[in-house]
Design a protein. Structure first.
Length: 215
């Protein structure tokens, strides 16, 4: 018997390296509005709380970040897969999870439409449910999207593990009362994760697999 019957994954920085397409779309929107571009390192630090917050953090203090969001969204929709790729070993891990009967959920603060498109493109039918940001559903670290995913799959919290790469994910797992595994190949360093309170941190999918399947 598996230790967990469902694995809930964050998306950006956990299963997909979306940094380059996010940075490209952000800098397109910033430039269009006359604001200075941001480096990929800066964008990495800004990611985690959804697109509006990404744009707000990147926009100068007296700037209009809502205009940046307005220009970001259609550009990103057209270019979200230009350079985005799954992290090494993720597709193989998903296939092993499915073979062992572990359900896969993806819960992200990325817009729901983009989350659905990216999961469908890169993982096909391996993902059982993907839940992105939508109206009337609080974003992570609220547990509501997690609870929605688990309820949709008919799963209980005690049978689920949450996998993420940021402070937001650590807080989300705590608020959801889920077991947590952090990955250090994403948008935060191991040191940053430790400072944020992470206790279990993995550096490759083989290690992640061992923990998910541990009895």
């Amino acid at each position: 018997m598996n230790k967990y019957s469902v694995a809930v994954f964050d998306l950006d920085g956990t299963i997909l390296n979306t940094l380059y397409d996010l940075a490209d779309a952000l800098n397109y929107a910033l430039k269009k509005n006359g604001y200075p571009k941001r480096s990929e390192t800066e964008v990495m630090a800004f990611v985690g709380n959804g697109i509006p917050m990404l744009c707000k953090r990147a926009t100068p203090e007296n700037g209009d970040y809502e205009k940046v969001v307005f220009d970001f969204m259609p550009y990103y929709s057209k270019h979200s897969c230009d350079n985005t790729r799954p992290y090494n070993g993720i597709c193989e891990l998903f296939e092993k999870l499915k073979k062992r009967g572990v359900k896969i959920a993806v819960v992200t603060n990325k817009a729901d439409k983009e989350a659905q498109n990216l999961c469908r493109r890169f993982f096909g039918d391996l993902v059982d449910i993907a839940v992105g940001a939508k109206e009337n559903v609080p974003k992570k670290p609220s547990p509501e999207a997690i609870f929605f995913a688990l309820d949709s799959l008919g799963e209980k919290r005690e049978n689920a593990v949450y996998i993420g790469d940021s402070e937001v994910d650590i807080a989300t797992a705590k608020n959801s009362s889920l077991s947590l595994i952090c990955v250090d190949w994403g948008f935060r360093t191991k040191e940053q994760l430790i400072t944020a309170g992470a206790e279990v941190i993995v550096s490759d999918t083989a290690e992640l697999e061992r923990i998910i399947f541990a009895n």
